[in-house]
Design a protein around this ligand. Sequence first.
Ligand code: FES
Length: 116
Amino acid sequence: MSRYQYHVFVCENQRPADDPKGCCASKGTAEILAGLREKVKVAGLNAKIRINSSGCLANCARGASLVVYPDAVWYSYVKIEDISDIFEQHLVGGKPVTRLMDPVFHAGVATSGARA
Ligand code: FES
């Protein structure tokens, strides 16, 4: 049995501004991480949902990137305004936010490629 109902990893990897790979840190992941943690805390769900900072998730070109386990749902091009949907619809409601799902890892389901 898993310790948490959901375990979320938010990439906060940072690279130099001139690095051609880019990085999620330059795309607002500190705010995304803090915002998700705050929502979990306010909802009293710390025992069920864990929000962790992570290093590079090898999805740099489609950052900001985060992944939700045990569902193995990858979200790409995430912006701060998306975190309410991720929290309420997925982490509380149990339904992944298809519009934010990675267009490569979830081909045929996701629509986030249009957001790039
Ligand atoms: S820098 Fe975030 S996935 Fe690589």
